[in-house]
Every structure is written in structure tokens, then in C-alpha cells.
Design a protein around this ligand. Sequence first.
Ligand SMILES: Cc1ncc(COP(=O)(O)OP(=O)(O)O)c(N)n1
Ligand SMILES: Cc1ncsc1CCOP(=O)(O)O
Ligand SMILES: [Mg+2]
Length: 227
Amino acid sequence: MAVIPLPDAVRKSLRGLYAITPDCLAANVLLDRVRAALQGGAAFVQYRDKGGDTTRQAETARALLALCRQFGARLLINDDLALALAVGADGVHLGATDGKLATAREALGGARLLGASCYDDFERARAAAALGADYLAFGAMHPSSTKPLAVRASPSLMTRCRAELQVPACAIGGITVENAAPLLAAGADLLAVISDLFEAPDVASRAAAYYQLFEENARDLPQSTTF
Ligand SMILES: Cc1ncc(COP(=O)(O)OP(=O)(O)O)c(N)n1
Ligand SMILES: Cc1ncsc1CCOP(=O)(O)O
Ligand SMILES: [Mg+2]
């Protein structure tokens, strides 16, 4: 299927549910669940696959990209700049050990998204912002069954991120529909979720509940989400 490029303004508006793919699902099951998340209103998908089979990853990434395009959502690739470029994804998310942000920024150009993990470290966020990251991710906000050893981070980092760096903030780690509202109130523009979304009995309804939270909290944000 031909992949239609998104206009830059759409590509760079950053707010909403950020659905991160879970490990260990067969490709058809994964695609069905991601489709459901998109039907429920997920705005972003991150293909996170620690599996290592590059041919299969490229196939899955292309299928996810086509699916995202059907819903006007954006696909980012975790860890792997080369894969993101090869499939024409909307961006890449890099952590501390995933390569240089400066290299990725240059390779992606201005139109594609670069996300950076900042953990509980505001100085890392400041440096990532200076290198051109489009959003800064903080977490884990709550204990995470997906990543039990993840460092814990305070929601106040997101408040500072928006106020001091003027870069959209992403919350990750142990997020559920039930605990998400204070994260939005603290300034999260993106809620990155794996298990609460993809382990839900009805993924579309769960995504819709997050969508509703964003709608309800739009008026209460501490500042504009447009940077
Ligand atoms: C949106 C978002 N935030 C943080 C991470 C974590 O990235 P990293 O620290 O590189 O860990 P892995 O996900 O690669 O195990 C993320 N993937 N997405
Ligand atoms: C990748 C990552 N980085 C910090 S916590 C986490 C996992 C998030 O998954 P879940 O939403 O299941 O807690
Ligand atoms: Mg990583």
C-alpha cells in the first residue's frame, strides 16, 4: 500500500495517547490490537520490538505505518533510526543507549519526530531539547510491569519541561486510565502506555477512555500545548 506523507503541521502537533507496542505478540494479533487502539483514538504508535529479526521488524513496521496512515496517526520507531528511515516512519524514539540525538536529528530533518527518554533527569531533558528533540519523555511515573526496574520519576518534571524548555512532555511507565488525570494536570502532552492499553479486554474502549481524558483535561492544562 502506498504511504501518503503527512503535512508537517499535522506531523508535529503533539498531544494524545501514545500507544507503544507490546512484545511477544504474533504480527496479526499485534496489528489487530493496534487497529483497535487507533479506532479508540490513539494519536501516536511506537513500534517497540526488542526481538532482533530485522526482516520481520521491517515488515511489521511497514504494516503499522500503513495502519497509522488510515487513521491519521503517526508511527515512531523505538531505538532504531535506520529502521525508521528505511520504512519512512514519522520519527524515532531514542533512550540513553540508542545512539546520538544529534545524529538522529540531522538524519530525520525537521519534519519527522525525534523523541528522547529523560528518565528522572531534568538536565538530560535540557540537553535533549538543545539537540532538537520534539518531545521529552519522563518516567516511570508508576511501577511498570513491562519494565519493573525502570527508575521512578516525578510528574513535576513535566511541569518544568513545558515551562522551562517549551518542549512537549511525555509521561511513561505504569500509566492507567485511573491514574492518568494527575499526569495531564502536571503537563503531560503525551501518555505513553503499553500494558494498560494492550492487555485490556477491549483495546478500543480503553483507548477511547484515554481520548476522553484528554478531552476533559484540555481546559485545565497549565499552558498552551502549541509551542
Ligand atoms: C515514549 C517513550 N519514553 C520512554 C521510552 C523508553 O526508552 P528507553 O529508555 O530507550 O527504553 P526502551 O523502551 O528502549 O527499553 C520509550 N521507549 N518511549
Ligand atoms: C519503556 C518504558 N520505559 C519506562 S517504563 C516503560 C514501560 C511502559 O510500559 P507500561 O505502560 O506497561 O508500564
Ligand atoms: Mg531504547
